[in-house]
Write a protein that binds this ligand. Sequence first.
Ligand SMILES: *[C@@H]1O[C@H](CO)[C@@H](O)[C@H](O)[C@H]1NC(C)=O
Ligand SMILES: *[C@@H]1O[C@H](CO)[C@@H](O)[C@H](O)[C@H]1NC(C)=O
Ligand SMILES: *[C@@H]1O[C@H](CO)[C@@H](O)[C@H](O)[C@H]1NC(C)=O
Length: 532
Amino acid sequence: MVHNRSQFLLLAVAIATFVGHSQGANILGLFPSLSPSHLIIQMSAAKALAEKGHNVTVVTSLKPVVTHKNINVIQVPMTKEEAQQMSDTVGAMAKDDNSNIAVSLLRMSGQMDFMFKKNAETLKDDRVRDLYLNKDNKFDVVLSGYFMNDFQLGFARKVNAPVIVLATMPPMQMLNPLIGNPLEISYVGVNSAEKGKGVPFMQRLTTYATSLGFGLFAYINTKLNKNLYKEVFGDDPNMPEYSEMLKNTSLIFFASHAASEGPIRPNVPAAIEIGGIQIKDTPDPLPQNMADFLGNATDGAILLSLGSNVKGSHLKPDTVVKMFNVLSKLKQRVIWKWEDLEKTPGKSDNILYSKWLPQDDILAHPKVKLFINHAGKGGITEAQYHGKPMLSLPVFADQPQNAEGMIKKGFGRTLSLLTLEEQPFREAILDVLSNPQYTQKVASFSSLYRDRPMTARESVVYWTEYVIRHHGAAHLQSPLVHMNWIAANNIDIYFLFAVILVISILLFKTVVKFILRKFFSKSKKPKKEKKH
Ligand SMILES: *[C@@H]1O[C@H](CO)[C@@H](O)[C@H](O)[C@H]1NC(C)=O
Ligand SMILES: *[C@@H]1O[C@H](CO)[C@@H](O)[C@H](O)[C@H]1NC(C)=O
Ligand SMILES: *[C@@H]1O[C@H](CO)[C@@H](O)[C@H](O)[C@H]1NC(C)=O
């Protein structure tokens, strides 16, 4: 196609300007969420961009664990009192019955007030306001971490940059409207369909009711966001109306992967799935002692990690003894995450204690045959990615629910850590190790989960640079963003049809009556005369 050198040069220059434009861009991440697991996902996206050579500035409230030298962190930490209030809130949430998500959201709305206030305060911090007040700062795109905080999107307008929403969940009712993603509640919602089947009436009814609950919650949430928008950006007369400002989102990154996790649903082009962004594509080499320990595990190995939240009060001394008695008698080798190396549960040749674990890298090791965990979302996701079956020992918060979900998919077993006994513990371990069904199910999930045209990191980089190259993605925007409920559902057209139908029926009736009367009055009169 390229005929001579000058044409080639021209092409090279054109490509360089086109592609080069997004090289070394200035990217702003607003991640003031008070949830550590949200921050891990958001920072993992920021890290993928930093590794690509972009200059990433992030605003957080918590101290991030995922970092990079190209990421400049502005942390607006919680005060001691706020941290206490936060842990009370989390405690209260853990006690709630979370079986119906919409109901628990409505119940939580009071407790969440605090999180929204803190979010607004973070954006009003002097160092954060400086990002738009100091005209030396220029941002090419803003990534806005989502936690029902739509008002935060106004910040992108302040720094005059397109905005991408970074969500830590799959497409859902409260996020979809930002990009005009369809709701499709007849088959997408709390009750997923069985494979190869539709959704029966009762399931659709409960999904619909839940959706109404969400609608109510969204209504309350919108009011709250409107107020926060006014509070944070109200002093600037150039800022658009809240409802107008919302119609400016270029893309949403969703932390999901429908092809493996479901639900199967239509998504608009502005919905980009980046599920698993927090997991490394290729594992780092293990520390030498662990590499040797696992490499020589001829009968396979088990990883045991109960997370950092489960310790002390939750793990009774006799529970630890019971666990040790079972594990030390197995022929498999065990890596056990244990904080206090001076006081281990006991010495055994097949157990390696470690204060710190590269969990993701260990799970990637082919010798690891079982992951005993506390059903934290992060750990389960990593095990699913690496195709390792699990035995979950949940304690509180979302853990029992996570374990439940894992069991439903057939990826392992669960036992309560609080009531753990030797016999069922041993029996469950041997069952997961010997029954190939668990491994097969999680392995086939894993192969679907990883089979993508682009990895999650590549997707984040590609689509962020895409938005930078095109100065936003207004061309991808669904018209649904600009339509109200009546237009979106063609209610006005149904109404028009109904009116036409009613008028036609009335007209028809009148005409028929008219004709009948004429006909009868002509043909009846003689008949009547005959009778008389
Ligand atoms: C990165 O961005 C920040 C925030 O705008 C800016 O202060 C800093 O100078 C930038 N660094 C480089 C190397 O461009
Ligand atoms: C097995 O252990 C020995 C040390 O006991 C070590 O030298 C060797 O590298 C290990 N084998 C593997 C495959 O890691
Ligand atoms: C958002 O607003 C800016 C400035 O008005 C505009 O350039 C951009 O195209 C808009 N983006 C979308 C997705 O509408």
